[in-house]
Design a protein around this ligand. Sequence first.
Ligand code: ATP
Ligand code: MN
Ligand code: MN
Length: 371
Amino acid sequence: GQGSAPTAQAVVSQYACQRRTTTENNNKIFTDAFEVLAESYEFNEIEGPCLAFRRAASVLKSLSWAVQCLEATRNVPCLGEHTKAVMEEILRYGRSFEVEKILSDERYRTLKLFTSVFGVGPKTADKWYRGGLRSFSDVLGDRGIRLNRMQQSGFLHYGDISRAVSKAEARALRNIIDEAVHAITPDAVLALTGGFRRGKEFGHDVDFIVTTPELGKEKNLLPSIIKRLTKQRILLYCDYQASTFDMSKLPSYRFEAMDHFAKCFLIMRLEGSQVEGGLHLAEGDSRGWRAVRVDLVAPPMDRYAFALLGWSGSRQFERDLRRFARLERNMLLDNHALYDKTKKEFLAATTERDIFAHLGLEYIEPWQRNA
Ligand code: ATP
Ligand code: MN
Ligand code: MN
């Protein structure tokens, strides 16, 4: 339930990894506004304010109460001048004029539209915008531009993959992947990760980790799964990236870097008959199937805990785990390993709990990581 601002307020940590954030957001009117502002700064490549608004949104999501006046946020960190001015506007008028201006801005709207296509990032979207393109028909028309394979699939399945994936659909996909993985390797390990592991009702995709207890055997796993799904004719798109992971190159950390494990970004065909309660389709859509985005990552078993922690998200939770490790513990954390810079050694972990313990953090359950 929604609490009220405690009178003797507990101090809230500036790090998401020291807060418990469920999917229940009591401050959506503020966090929605902050996310628009953050994205607008991101489109303009202004990193500082972008991060500041993301942090502010994240800290408000962790509160068990709705902010009703600015004085109540005295013990809430990560709220700067600009952030507070936006909150003040929302508290007073029910909306922010700065946010409304962004929402009606042509460049913001166009970049938002273009980046909603699978395979189109902010750089490409901006290039298209500068080339005078404003709509999908501008992009796809006869005077349109060359698209790569990923973008072609993105447009082809646009309606389906821009529609949220339900928990029931995620479960159905889990069954399909589970069947495939175990037909290939009976002792394989499959784990649901990403937003659904955090207890979200809907997601933009479904994320899985697959591996084998026997080290090295995981190398053939993704190619075998892909082959099998292709034979079953349920792979609509597949981008496979082989592993470039090399323990001897660690620690070689770039903040926010992608990991080096084998992975594939898929679009899968999901039959309605396989989903309990049916597909999550638009009103009046009576097709028997839909397309769904699926990510699979296959780390070696000895990296499993780090990969699971790294892929469970949220993105802000991950950012703050790394920032906390670096600034508070002089350690480097990424999806592969945890390195203690003082002791000059790697810290081993077989579970997520081990990693939290090494960092001297209280364990945060996956469903409390919706920062
Ligand atoms: P949604 O419901 O929108 O899918 P999500 O939290 O599952 O929410 P994802 O984009 O699927 O969001 O990402 C899940 C996690 O995987 C995040 O923590 C992210 O940091 C990580 N991740 C995503 N893509 C990569 C990648 N290419 N390399 C490494 N980590 C990644
Ligand atoms: Mn996801
Ligand atoms: Mn994903």
